[in-house]
Design a protein around this ligand. Structure first.
Ligand code: NAD
Ligand code: GLY
Length: 367
């Protein structure tokens, strides 16, 4: 098992990455002093439930925990206020109290939804992340929890750190290929913002990553989590540095909102967004290599790098206006300055962003 820590003083917590960890859940929960006297609620989605809900519940019950279950439909649409209320109802019906914990078993959708419920129920109870997608190496770490509004993604949320991230690599073996690529978008992102050598490593190991080879995947997730943990440890509440984790997200979130949250996978939207950010970076003076390497890395793991023609530019711009990174008529973007380095640029004019969105639709001709 590989282990690293998100350093947040007395709220620090471990990220445990390895095979067979769900079987050891009871022991690992007990090490974090999760109470056996108060019931837990495991929140998961229907795809994950089929394979991993009972093994996790059984491991916890064998260690003396009482674990209620709540299963949501798979997909981004479950990150809604309605579903949030259903999770709260499940907490009440299962008798969760102030010492209870909610356990998020699943990808980023379940993690964000269950985490927001944990942040809100009785004004905040404990929370454990058991991520089951590659993408969730990002979403399970750092304590951003949220649900969506029809007009804007993640606009209803909180910061609420988990007690423990228990990342069992065995769960990833059942991921559909599209989810594997989608999750690797955030792995590439962690390289692009902090570590040029890691970006080259990803390109060199793309085949093994797509084939889910445990050692290679474990290393990639450890590196990705390390970048995230380091950034969150230094700026938990996004007063500055943490914004770099939003590379590609201003455009990406807008695409997800325009698509109605179901056409593009999150990582696919962020992939297109990171190409847009690389274009913007080059426009603002970064070497062309930034764009070329971003594109090569994303394509190597099977991600889209162009915006489908049918996306209406006005609608994408309108969606960006609702983004949390928009203020006072201008936009804030995370812009690469070199491979492995980004900066936060305020005051980007909407006209420049509009030109990038248009250019993304004819991506193959862009140089
Ligand atoms: P997801 O949770 O919808 O999972 C993707 C799909 O894979 C779903 O259909 C799910 O049922 C299925 N699945 C999950 N685990 C599986 C497994 N082991 N085997 C087979 N199928 C499995 O989506 P995601 O891509 O994991 O996460 C995307 C969400 O994460 C978005 O809502 C995004 O906004 C959020 N996010 C949050 C943060 C954060 O910091 N909180 C960061 C990045 C992304
Ligand atoms: N995904 C952006 C963040 O966690 O800050």
């Amino acid at each position: 098992m590989r282990e690293l820590t998100v350093n947040l003083g007395d709220r620090s917590y471990p990220i445990c990455i390895g095979q067979g960890l769900i079987r050891r859940a009871g022991e690992l929960f007990a090490e974090k002093a999760i109470s056996r006297k108060s019931p837990l609620l495991i929140v998961t989605d229907e795809n994950v439930a089929d394979r991993w809900l009972e093994p996790l519940a059984a491991a916890l019950e064998a260690s003396g925990y009482a674990a209620a279950r709540f299963i949501v439909p798979a997909g981004e649409k479950s990150k809604s206020l309605d579903m949030f209320q259903n999770v709260i109802t499940a907490c009440l019906e299962a008798g969760l109290d102030r010492k209870s914990a909610i356990v998020a078993l699943g990808g980023g959708v379940v993690g964000d939804l269950a985490g927001y419920a944990a942040a809100s129920y009785m004004r905040g109870i404990r929370f454990v992340q058991v991520p089951t997608t590659i993408l969730a190496h990002d979403s399970s770490v750092g304590g951003k929890v949220a649900v969506n509004h029809p007009l804007a993604k993640n606009i209803i949320g909180a910061f609420h750190q988990p007690e423990l991230v228990l990342y069992d690599l065995d769960t990833l073996l059942t991921l559909p290929p599209r989810e594997v690529s989608s999750g690797l978008a955030e792995v590439v992102k962690h390289g692009l913002i902090r570590d040029a050598g890691f970006v080259e490593w990803i390109v060199g190991h793309a085949g093994q990553l797509l084939a889910l080879e445990p050692d290679v995947l474990g290393h990639a997730l450890y590196k990705g989590c390390s970048v995230k943990a380091e950034v969150v440890s230094r700026d938990e509440r996004e007063n500055g540095l943490r914004a770099i984790l939003n590379l590609g997200h201003t455009i990406g979130h807008a695409l997800e909102a325009v698509a109605g949250y179901d056409e593009l996978r999150h990582g696919e939207a962020i992939s297109i967004g990171m190409i847009g950010s690389a274009m913007l970076g080059v426009e603002l003076g970064a070497p062309l290599e930034v764009y070329e390497t971003t594109k090569r890395a994303l394509e190597s793991v099977g991600l889209p790098v162009a915006l489908p023609e049918h996306y209406d530019t006005d609608a994408v711009m309108e969606a960006m206006m609702h983004d949390k990174k928009f203020g006072e008529g201008r936009m804030t973007f995370i812009v690469p300055t070199a491979v492995g380095t980004v900066e936060i640029r305020n005051g980007i004019e909407a006209g420049m962003v509009r030109a990038i969105v248009e250019r993304l639709k004819r991506e193959e001709r862009w140089t």
